[in-house]
Design a protein around this ligand. Structure first.
Ligand code: FES
Length: 243
């Protein structure tokens, strides 16, 4: 999804607000901060530290980068297909928002917070129970392929449609990382988070892990600035577990 597309934020009282991305300001966040929050504009880099080219993102490969905080993993995917039309998504509290599309020349590049909205399963350096399962793959979570699977309790999310929760105990989508694609040089920037995120609960729940992986909660909670390195999930974690 690109910021230049209009976001439609739909409240539970059915009032519809169509928001031009240029109007996504601090003032606006005060009203709708739980649905869209802008963070530092961060350039995505490849594993060698060069600007990541959107056209070099391998189809259906699982990639990870840390955004918007040093200790929060996000997944990046180049999907084989897109959602046919905008989809209305709903948080567990009933707030609705609209997912429009991915980014890149074919609108197939998407990014999501890699923190399961059920019980916060996420990739760390030892293992990952959360990952994308390719087209043609099989999962115990659902009959569908091309989905993000959380193998902790078998939730599935549909990445081409805003990571909508489609199976298992997760009761809301994964939060989307909003990307901007610079068509002039084919580079990508992360600029914000759309949808209900679980960052607060995550930082509260994993104090020991924060210390082990990031040197403490305070360091893990630092906002990522300037750039974020994107690596394959298989290089980020020792073991990928998928049922
Ligand atoms: S933590 Fe992901 S399904 Fe339970």
């Amino acid at each position: 999804m690109e910021r230049r597309d209009f976001f439609k934020l739909v409240t539970s009282s059915a009032a519809v607000v169509a928001i031009s991305p240029s109007l996504i300001t601090t003032r606006l966040q005060a009203h709708d901060g739980r649905l869209y929050e802008s963070y530092e504009k961060v350039q995505l880099l490849d594993k060698d530290g060069n600007p990541l080219k959107a056209s070099n993102i391998v189809n259906e490969e699982n990639y990870i980068f840390n955004y918007p905080f040093v200790g929060t993993p996000a997944m990046l995917l180049n999907l084989p297909e897109t959602c046919k039309e905008p989809v209305t998504l709903k948080s567990s509290e009933g707030e609705e928002y609209v997912w429009n599309e991915g980014t890149g020349s074919k609108k197939t590049i998407v990014a999501y917070a890699a923190i399961c909205t059920h019980s916060l399963t996420h990739p760390n350096k030892s293992e990952s129970f959360l990952s994308y399962m390719k087209k043609g793959g099989k999962t115990m979570a659902c009959q569908q392929d091309g989905v993000i699977v959380c193998s902790s309790h078998l939730s599935a999310f549909e990445p081409k449609c805003g990571a909508k929760n489609i199976a298992g105990p997760a009761d809301q989508p994964l939060a989307a990382i909003v990307l901007e694609h610079d068509t002039a040089n084919d580079t990508l920037h992360a600029v914000g988070v759309l949808g209900p995120d679980k960052y607060h609960d995550y930082f509260k729940a994993f104090r020991t892990e924060m210390k082990k992986e990031w040197g403490g909660k305070r360091k893990a909670k630092k906002k990522v600035t300037d750039s974020a390195k994107v690596v394959k999930l298989s290089e980020y974690t020792k073991e990928i577990i998928q049922y």
